[in-house]
Design a protein around this ligand. Structure first.
Ligand code: PMP
Ligand code: GLN
Length: 383
């Protein structure tokens, strides 16, 4: 007899990204739901990967990551954000940003601790907090600007607040935090023991000349922060599941205590390939914002001909759109109908709210070839 198991995550179903991608595949819809590019990674990176699979070490990498990659990460972060992280003690390579985020949460959050998040919130944070016995305290970004309400955040801080998790550029809204937001955050955490966890996987995708404000730029924030980025996003290789976390040595020491027993170490040839590529083509990441801005602009121009109402998009590769001129269905129903009836899959934004708030907004991923966008538009014009 199978033992009865009381769920540790009773409110959690299958992640919306899997649900919508499966529905898209089942109905042969154009998949603009789950966030991944449909174009190739840079040829130079693939060449390095093939090289290292054929010629390099195929055994366990060092637990914290291949030294050559940790050095490349530290160099990049210092070049872009001016903070020096020591590759030996302050940089760890992880199996995707999801693992880095969950590991940072696991390292810090004890039963009864409170963790402040901003809703709409990326769907992996709350389950990771809850699995560690923590309590999710959600501050709602103000609709439709999706700006943080700092006054509200202040009221949510308590002696039990262990951590604040932020994400800029932000999935799903495409907003980016300003220097005023950073100042507000800094004022809030000053003289507290609160740890920051910055999800910066879209660090190379901010538009219209905006600089990405990494927490690594701000000494008073960086000294209490884990900063996470993902090679999957930056190099069009989401399936490689490889990312990194940087943090001051004391925090990183605790992070690694968990990391070593969650994955131990990461796919070795990918690390060597990424290190080579980062050294040989550092400009690749620097040109990514311009690359995606062109895609954003192209997609927005096409979408103007439809009945969707586009919200601003300052970063990431996601575009939000309101569909109130089309339907008053819930966003979940509408997203399903778009997929099954019209053949374009999107993400209902209510999936990112703990209470399922529904502003009749769906998310499109524009990390796609022009031909994919054109084919999608043909279908969207019929809605
Ligand atoms: N955080 C955010 C905001 C994301 O959009 C994603 C999806 N890529 C992740 C974390 C997870 O990244 P990874 O695929 O590297 O695990
Ligand atoms: N981050 C991606 C998105 O927002 C999905 C990643 C995943 O499927 N876990 O679409």
């Amino acid at each position: 007899m199978t033992p009865q198991l009381e769920s540790r995550l009773p409110h959690v179903g299958t992640t919306i990204f899997t649900v919508m991608s499966q529905l898209a595949n089942a109905h042969r819809a154009i998949n603009l739901s789950q966030g991944f590019p449909d174009f190739s990674p840079p040829a130079g990176l693939i060449e390095r990967m093939v090289h290292h699979v054929q010629h390099s070490n195929q055994q366990y990498a060092p637990m914290a990551g291949a030294p050559i990659l940790r050095e490349a990460i530290a160099e990049k972060v210092e070049r872009l954000y001016g903070r020096s992280y020591h590759p030996d003690t302050e940089v760890t390579v992880t199996a995707g940003a999801t693992q880095a985020l969950t590991t940072a949460i696991t390292a810090c959050v004890r039963p009864g601790d409170e963790v402040i998040v901003f809703a709409p919130v990326y769907d992996s944070y709350a389950p990771a907090i809850e699995l560690n016995g923590g309590k999710v305290i959600s501050s709602t970004l103000q609709f439709p600007s999706y700006q943080p309400n700092w006054q509200e955040v202040r009221t949510l801080i308590s002696p039990r607040t262990r951590m604040i998790i932020l994400n800029t550029p932000h999935n799903p809204t495409g907003t980016v935090w300003s220097s005023d937001d950073m100042q507000a955050l800094s004022d809030l955490v000053k003289d507290t023991n609160i740890i920051l966890l910055a999800d910066e996987v879209y660090e190379h995708m901010s538009f219209d000349g905006a600089k990405h404000l990494s927490l690594a730029r701000y000494p008073d924030l960086a000294e209490r922060a884990f900063v996470v980025s993902s090679f999957g996003k930056t190099y069009h290789v989401t399936g490689w599941k490889i990312a990194y976390c940087v943090a001051p040595a004391e925090l990183m020491k605790e992070f690694r205590k968990s990391h070593q027993f969650i994955t131990f170490c990461i796919h070795h040839p990918s690390q060597l390939a990424l290190a080579d590529f980062m050294r040989h083509e550092p400009e690749f990441a620097d040109t990514l914002s311009a690359f995606y801005q062109e895609k954003r602009d192209g997609f927005r121009a096409l979408m103007k001909e439809t009945k969707f109402e586009l919200l601003p998009c300052a970063g990431t590769y996601f575009q939000l759109a309101r569909y109130t001129q089309i339907s008053d269905e819930s966003d979940q129903d509408f997203a399903r109908r778009m997929t099954m009836q019209y053949g374009v899959a999107v993400i209902p934004v209510s999936a990112f709210y703990p209470e399922g708030d529904d502003h009749h907004v769906v998310r499109f991923c524009f990390a796609k070839n022009q031909s994919t966008m054109d084919a999608a538009l043909e279908r969207l014009l019929k809605i």
